[in-house]
Design a protein around this ligand. Sequence first.
Ligand SMILES: [Fe+2]
Ligand SMILES: [Fe+2]
Length: 349
Amino acid sequence: MLEQKPIKEFQNRDTIDHFFILRKLEVKQKKDGSNYLVLEFGDKTGFISGNYWENYEDFYKEAFVGAIVKVRGSVEVFNDKLQLRIESAKIAEKEDRVSLSDLIPASLRDPEDMKKEFWNRIKKIENFWLKSLLKNIFTQERFEKFIFAPAGKSFHHNYIGGLLEHTLEIVKICDLMCDISEKSNFQPPINRDLLITGALLHDIGKIEELSYESVFDYTDKGRLLGHIVIAANWIYAACKQIPYFPEELQDLILHLVLSHQGKLENASPVEPKTLEAIILYYADELSAKTNAYRQIIQSGSEANSNWTKFHYLIQSSLFISKEPEFYNKENLEKNKNPKREKSDGTLFD
Ligand SMILES: [Fe+2]
Ligand SMILES: [Fe+2]
């Protein structure tokens, strides 16, 4: 395992002799007309940029986005942001024994555990047609990509295994909604098999919308079609391969995938028009936003503030309590209001 200080913990004046993934490589011009390199580096915990001002020619000849590089230099502050002052950089060699998996962010969940959860949930689908459809879509080749892919480039579940993690979260939320409505004898009942199949398939197109061998980015296919259309094409083709697949069921499952982003301006070609579709939309939102907020909060607050930096995707800053310990049970016991000790035995004592 690679032992080096993670980017997230970098501080001003730290000395760097580190391996990173090269995320960005641009040539820019100085005022005197000569060139310099603008670079961005990443590890499992974050990103940091840096300018390579002098003697970068050898590095530039070999460098490419996605390469593992070794950088020497120091951390400095520029415009209130940490950046690297690069003394030297080179492409890592075999002898360095550093692999992409040492540097690419990955889900904290156990991959085997997630795979088991995924197949166990498919086993519970009773509808013959939907089970056949899932079997047809999740071929060995697609499943291998599915368990590896991130769910997004930068906003939520943007790490290896993120797509599977996100999908399992949505399946759980959808199952919970079905349980709740069954208990209240809600009519008409939610079609659980249909909803769960939609949840399992809703983002499957991301395995080809994104590239994730090293740096996460959109593929040409992803830019041209988007994950919703990619998935819809696969589902349509699979339904046609299954003899006598009911046409209305095909349209209902396609509707779930097509409408899962809720609004036309969110790249969904239709808005949710069924009970299952509206549940899937909000389940997707809940999973994605919770994960995104968690990551923004983990990035920490601004100096001397209880607030994170303004985040352009949520158009807001988030509050970080400086005293989360205050809310744990032991502290609450210590700070218990003395008046409550003379309680006469209410429901909450
Ligand atoms: Fe999506
Ligand atoms: Fe999603």
